[in-house]
Ligand binder design. Structure first.
Ligand code: BG6
Ligand code: MG
Length: 218
């Protein structure tokens, strides 16, 4: 049996935390008198916490002190963590457990490649930590997506060459990172947003075990 490396993003791929990031940022932006659209929010997906706040401030044409910047970063995460605290296995996105189980049965190594510094906490909350052979998150990288660093480390940790890796991603920045890493990118979401991915599916219900088999074999 061939071995491929399967790398999963977390937010918006395994769990629907994208909505919590959005809510927390939106509230914070409102407090600064900045409004941002759903479309602008797409640009925050997959992007690090620091970079997200920088982008929001730029949209609102605001400059703030480093002290306030740090305070707002802390505030955003506190609010985000209050949402996370309520999470349970019900928030795992449809058919993710089926795909993880099938990959395990097929003896394929699985990595997490997330920008989030809260990734381990979230995986624990939804009881999926043990499904991963390696976890690489925002604490392990110095360059955020769209830089490929997180996926390259995720591949290395499971000892699979980048060109033999398949990445599941819901963000524009993450698909770019996977492409730059020379991996196969599978967009989870809309073709309109993720048109640069090698394949795009609405969610994992559209990814059959046969399709996964063909990814392993080819
Ligand atoms: C990514 C999310 O997975 O993690 C981004 O898509 C988020 O929205 C980033 O900003 C960093 O997450 P955290 O949990 O470290 O603030
Ligand atoms: Mg994501």
């Amino acid at each position: 049996m061939n071995k491929k490396g399967f790398i999963f993003d977390l937010d918006g791929v395994i769990v629907d935390t994208a909505k919590y990031h959005f809510l927390a940022w939106q509230r914070l932006a409102k407090g600064l008198d900045i409004n941002f659209t759903e479309e602008e929010n797409e640009q925050l997906k997959g992007v690090s916490r620091v970079r997200s706040l920088e982008k929001i401030l730029a949209w609102g044409n605001k400059t703030i002190s480093q002290e306030l910047f740090d305070e707002l970063m802390g505030k955003k995460n506190e609010e985000y963590l209050s949402f996370i605290a309520e999470m349970d296995t019900n928030e795992i996105l449809p058919d993710v457990p089926r795909v993880l189980k099938f990959l395990k049965e097929m003896d394929q190594p699985i990595s997490l490649g997330s920008a989030s510094k809260n990734a381990r906490t979230i995986l624990e909350r939804v009881n999926l930590k043990s499904s991963f052979n390696a976890i690489v998150d925002g604490n392990d990288v110095s360059k955020a997506k769209p830089d490929p660093e997180v996926f390259l480390i995720a591949a290395k940790e499971i000892d699979v060459k980048p060109e033999d890796c398949i990445v599941f991603e819901d963000s524009v920045a993450g698909v770019t990172a996977a492409n730059t890493a020379n991996m196969i990118s599978i967009g989870i979401g809309s073709k309109d947003v993720l048109g640069h991915a090698n394949y795009v599916f609405k969610d994992f219900t559209e990814i059959s075990n046969d399709l996964i088999k063909s990814l392993i074999e080819n």
